[in-house]
Design a protein around this ligand. Sequence first.
Ligand code: R5P
Length: 260
Amino acid sequence: MDWGMESRMARIIRPRSRRGVMLAVDHGYFMGPTRSLERPSETIGPLVDHCDSLMLTRGVLRTSVPASSAVPVVLRVSGGSSIVGADLSDEAITTGMAEAVRLNASAVAMSIFVGAAHEHQTLVSLGRLVDEAEAAGMPVLAVTAVGKELEKRDARYLSLACRIAAEFGAHMVKTYHCEGFERVVESCPVPIIVAGGPKVPEREALELVRSSVDAGAAGVDMGRNIWQSDRPVAMIRAVRSIVHDDASVDEAVASLGAPA
Ligand code: R5P
């Protein structure tokens, strides 16, 4: 791995724990103004010092994160469909590599839709993005998206999707936690980061973080379970305590304190 690539990777997966906490705020690219992310700067502001990296689009980066912030950026560079459109898998690259470099991104992220109508298009886009990213020393995070077909999130499917992403050259893969998640991690030769998913009770979200890292995940990319919580700062700190300091679920829950 060349110096630039390695240096960028180290901003996302921190060398001390070999894990990272990514704060996901890219939902608007296909979901519009998601609850609690209506005014992105107000959501991001209190949380930005507690994450290792921020996953977002260039639009939210430019408008809602001060350039003086030192937070490493994972720039979403794919899109082209929405929750009200015909087919969520119909994505392509929407932000070029020169722009990602200009915005001082530490990685670029795109979705692949294995088994969906536009599987081929998204996989070929991943290959091309990796070619461009390698030339720029820019890590690529492939997101194994399932669109509205949440039932796809089992170990067999996710192992397939993660492995394909790694074979195409992704440097990291973001996927979902599932029953038997160890199998997904074992068969993927690059670090796996776990997406949070829809809001659930805090203990449940922290259990997901604990069992993801126990299975070998290199961290989490969590959004709604942090910023839709009544106490987002306490919640991201609790997530960090598991990811970086190996706190138990009970310890992390206790650290939340009394409900807001
Ligand atoms: C997919 O890449 C999404 O846009 C989010 O980044 C991802 O689902 C993580 O956010 P959440 O924890 O809210 O599911």
